[in-house]
Design a protein around this ligand. Structure first.
Ligand SMILES: [Zn+2]
Length: 281
C-alpha cells in the first residue's frame, strides 16, 4: 500500500496539477473497485471542477461540487497522471480526463490486485463508507500525543509490530515504516506490548514522529512521479546490513508478515525468540 509519505506526496502533486480543472471524460475498466453511495455513476463528475484533493486516513478524496470521490488504494493501488493518449493502460481501473489547464491530463487509478476501493459520496459523507468510524488516531495530526499513544498501548495483548499496523489504533503505518520505527526505537518486533515500559512507549512514540516526519520530507524532496514508491532511503526494510552497527539484518515472521530488524540494536525481549547474536550466523 502507499504509506503516508507517498500518499501525502501524491496528494500535493495531484492538487497542484488538477485543482480548478474540469472533468471532460470518464472511463471505467474495472468496475469492481467502484462503489456508488449516491445514485448514478462516474458520469456524475462530467463538467464538474475539482476543488481540492484531501487526505483522510488512507484515502485520497477528490472534492467536486457536491461530490467527493474517495479512493483507498489498499495493497497495490496507485495514481498516475498521463496524457489522455498514453497507451500504458496496465492495471487501469478507471480514469478521469481533465480540461482547462495548458493541456488535457488524465488522472488514472491503477491497481494490480483490484483490491482498492473508490467511493463516490455526497460531500463529506464519510459515514457512507464502511469502516470509517473505527479508524485510529492520525499519526501526523496534533492529536497524536505521547499520552494518547501510551493509553492506546495499555491493555494490548499483542506483539508491538502487530499493534503498530492496527489501523483501528494508529492511522497508519504499513510494513515498511513499522520496521523503520521499531529500528529507530531499538525495539524487537516480537516484543509483547505489555512488556514495554513507559520509557519504551515514549521512545516508540518519538520514533514514529521522527521517522514519519523525515520520510514525508524526503519523499517530497525527491519529487518522483506519484506512481513511484520512493523507499531506497529506508534504513532496514529490505536492506542487508544495519547502518548503525554493521550487523547482518534478520527477518522475523510476525503474524505472517516479514519484519526486518537488527538483532544487535533490537535485542530479543523474551525467551523463545532466536537470538541471532548467539548463533553466530
Ligand atoms: Zn544494528
Amino acid at each position: 500500500m502507499p504509506e503516508l509519505p507517498e500518499l501525502l506526496h501524491a496528494q500535493a502533486k495531484l492538487r497542484g496539477r488538477l485543482r480548478g480543472l474540469h472533468v471532460r471524460r470518464e472511463r471505467v475498466k474495472e468496475p469492481v473497485v467502484l462503489r456508488f453511495c449516491v445514485p448514478g455513476n462516474l458520469s456524475l463528475l462530467l463538467g464538474r471542477a475539482l476543488q481540492d484533493v484531501m487526505r483522510k486516513s488512507h484515502f485520497l478524496a477528490f472534492r467536486f461540487e457536491g461530490l467527493d470521490l474517495a479512493v483507498n488504494p489498499m495493497l497495490a493501488g496507485r495514481f498516475r497522471l498521463a496524457a489522455p493518449g498514453d497507451k500504458d493502460e496496465r492495471s487501469l481501473s478507471f480514469a478521469l480526463e481533465f480540461e482547462g489547464g495548458a493541456e488535457p491530463v488524465e488522472l488514472r487509478y491503477v491497481d494490480d490486485k483490484d483490491m482498492g476501493k473508490a467511493y463516490l459520496i455526497a460531500t463529506d459523507d464519510w459515514r457512507a463508507i464502511p469502516g470509517m468510524q473505527t479508524g485510529g488516531v492520525d499519526i501526523l495530526s496534533t492529536g497524536f500525543t505521547a499520552e494518547r499513544f501510551v493509553s492506546l498501548l495499555k491493555h494490548r495483548r499483542d506483539q508491538v509490530r502487530v499493534f503498530l499496523l492496527d489501523k483501528k489504533a494508529l492511522d497508519s503505518l504499513g510494513n515498511a515504516y513499522a520496521d523503520e520505527v521499531l529500528f529507530e526505537a531499538g525495539i524487537h518486533p516480537k516484543t509483547w506490548c505489555r512488556q514495554l515500559s513507559r520509557d519504551d512507549a515514549l521512545r516508540l512514540h518519538a520514533a514514529i514522529l521522527k521517522v514519519m516526519t523525515e520520510a514525508v520530507q524526503e519523499v517530497a524532496r525527491r519529487d518522483e512521479p506519484i506512481e513511484v514508491k520512493v523507499r531506497d532511503f529506508l534504513k532496514v526494510r529490505r536492506k542487508d546490513t544495519c547502518p548503525r552497527c554493521g550487523s547482518k539484518l534478520r527477518i522475523a515472521g510476525v503474524h505472517g508478515m516479514d519484519s526486518y530488524f537488527c538483532p544487535n540494536c533490537q535485542p530479543e525481549t523474551r525467551s523463545g525468540l532466536v537470538d541471532w547474536r548467539r548463533t553466530g550466523k
